[in-house]
Design a protein around this ligand. Structure first.
Ligand code: ZN
Length: 317
């Protein structure tokens, strides 16, 4: 029981004249306490009125009423997916439950987190996410990866019949190597931007450890699970871009063996593939061994002995 209430109950009313000022002081304290309670109650009800957060309720239904203002299917899809992302996506780099749209015409980054400044690019499509995601200019993409400036990428797959989110994939900003960037054919001479060269993101060249599912087959994955996966790989941030590229490529090659345990010789048999990805390096096999040690230090692998390695985690997808 609060001390002020105890004082009130124990007050000697028989000597009220003698204790008048003490009694007035108790009443004053009770008044302050009631104001505190009223303020706290108002704050609680205000919090209840906040929009549902991504963490507690990821709503996969898009708002079709937004589309009535537009005539083209492309514009309808854009307004609905961007609004959905604004209202539902959360930050994976920190605990923030909201992402905020960047000003119109901001290059590459569509959303940012106000808590940690992490950037996110959104790519939406009505067809299922396959091995390729169409992205921006080839040279700009390669430069962004080399300069460590590429944001987190979120790929959305939505249904055009009921306008709901079917799948959503997140590739962390530190999950790209140049091997993931595929050059497209230059635009035809008749095109408005004749000669311009775009690129595709090759998901097959991104390890499963770095392809994080936010939504799978119309089912949202718990935010705590996604954040844990993201944080588990975030040590890659501390590597310089060239070292990170090697690590990602060896990790992806080793994962593609599709075995819980593998021998060093099996990776050596893929050295031509890795050599093609890193033509400037003439010592591919020592580089492979170095990356395996790094993967072990990251906690992804254990060294069993006699050239055998074992994954500590199963394939994620
Ligand atoms: Zn954040």
């Amino acid at each position: 029981m609060p001390q002020v209430v105890e004082n009130f109950l124990q007050f000697d009313f028989c000597n009220e004249e003698r204790h008048f000022f003490a009694f007035a002081g108790i009443l004053d304290e009770i008044g302050v306490m009631l104001v505190d309670i009223a303020t706290a109650t108002a704050e609680t009800s205000r919090q209840r009125e906040l929009p549902k957060t991504a963490v507690t309720a990821l709503d996969l239904q898009m708002d079709y009423s937004l589309a009535s203002r537009f005539t083209s299917a492309c514009q309808k899809a854009r307004i609905m997916t961007e609004t959905w992302a604004r209202d539902n996506l959360y930050c994976v780099n920190c605990e923030s439950e909201h992402l905020y749209p960047t000003p119109t015409n901001t290059q590459v980054v569509d959303f940012t987190c106000k808590e940690c400044s992490a950037g996110f690019q959104l790519k939406s499509q009505s067809s299922p996410i396959s091995n390729r995601i169409t992205d921006s200019g080839y040279e700009a993409m390669c430069r962004a990866i080399r300069l460590n400036q590429y944001p987190n990428l979120i790929a959305l797959h939505y249904d055009r019949v009921n306008w709901s989110i079917q799948n959503a994939l997140l590739i962390p900003s530190f999950g790209f190597s140049l091997a993931a960037v595929e050059k497209r054919k230059p635009l035809a001479p008749t095109a408005r931007r004749a000669g311009w060269v775009g690129c595709n993101i090759l998901l097959t060249n991104i390890p499963s450890d770095l392809r994080l599912s936010l939504v799978t087959n119309s089912k949202a994955i718990e935010a705590t699970t996604v954040r844990k996966q993201y944080q588990g790989m975030s040590k890659l941030k501390s590597l310089d871009v060239a070292s990170r590229g090697w690590l990602i490529d060896v990790l992806n090659t080793a994962r593609s063996l599709n075995r819980q345990e593998f021998h060093l010789h099996e990776l050596y048999s893929r050295d031509q593939h890795l050599s093609a990805l890193h033509p400037q390096n003439l010592h591919v096999r020592p580089k492979i061994r170095q990356q395996l040690q790094r993967l072990r230090d990251l906690g992804l692998l254990s060294f069993v002995g006699n050239g055998i390695y074992r994954w500590n985690t199963p394939r994620i997808n």
